[in-house]
Design a protein. Structure first.
Length: 110
């Protein structure tokens, strides 16, 4: 079994306006992820959620060696476990936010 790693970092200030753009959100998030987002009211937390998911999906595509294109944003769904941590049935996912940045690391087992 091979373990593949992907990582991505997002400068969140680039996404401040896009977080409230339904077209962008529908492109990036699955319906289950949008449901989670609909329950987040604080603007900074919404930004962190969207940017974290964006980074994680980019990281997943990098771990798979394809980048976004062959794999779409909807091919990867990142939900929350009972403790609120990100979880994905296709990979191990870690998302972190600090200041203006969101970063994600993904491990894929093949």
């Amino acid at each position: 079994m091979a373990i593949k790693i992907g990582t991505d970092i997002v400068f969140m200030k680039r996404y401040v306006e896009l977080v409230n753009n339904d077209t962008f959100i529908e492109k990036i998030l699955t319906s289950n992820e949008m449901e989670i987002l609909s329950n987040i009211t604080h603007p900074q937390k919404r930004l962190e959620f969207v940017c974290g998911r964006y980074a994680a999906k980019e990281a997943y595509s990098k771990a798979r060696g394809t980048g976004i294109g062959e794999i779409t944003f909807h091919d990867v769904e990142i939900l929350r476990n009972s403790l609120g941590a990100p979880t994905c049935d296709k990979a191990e996912v870690s998302i972190s936010h600090d200041g203006d940045y969101a970063i994600a690391m993904v491990l894929v087992y093949e």
